[in-house]
Design a protein around this ligand. Sequence first.
Ligand code: 5RP
Length: 227
Amino acid sequence: MSTDDQKRAAGEAAAELVQPGMVVGLGTGSTAAWFVRALAARRLDVRGVATSLATAELAASLGIALAELNDVEAIDLTVDGADEIGPGLALIKGGGAALLREKLVWEASRRCVVIADAAKRVRRLGAFPLPIEVVAFGHPSTARRLCDALAECDLTVAPRLRARGGVPVLTDQGNVIYDAPCGSIEDPAQLADALKSVTGVVDHGLFLDLADEALIGMESGVERLTP
Ligand code: 5RP
């Protein structure tokens, strides 16, 4: 089974969790896209809250009705991908630069399901560089203070400004992303607090205590994990 087949299987399994009338958080990335396609194929009467402009565009093109986060009281179920899934379903997200909207949608949700291919499971978070969303104004100065915050957590690493074709990648909010190659994160909660204490940091890709379950596409089928 290819990685893409695993992502597809996880996305399709998650689409089966959706009930008519639900407000559904729609994640971002290639795995979440499989979920959006499978959901659209079920033709249920649901409203989707997209976590990025790219996902909103995909969902709209497939006929899923969309609502803004501002206009819903709560989200029944959010389904989204991840870059790493560690013990207790602690996650690294933000590879697609949508971490802020993703976290806002996850936190407004009654139930959050992470979907992924098998390679995303890790014993310890950190091999995937941790995305950190930073306000564009003064970002090099913020990045220097980020180094200090990382060092407080015994991580002597220099976050790298994410760029494509030599141009900084901007998020849907017009912020920039720094990727911190932590290697191994011993204490994700301590790191999360340290990063949030830096002025100019909007948010980071550590999603802790947010996922209620994971659906992982494997050779043998879709495995369900809980924290
Ligand atoms: C976007 C994300 C994605 O969920 C994450 O990058 C996984 O992407 P993919 O499903 O394409 O592997 O966090 O910000």
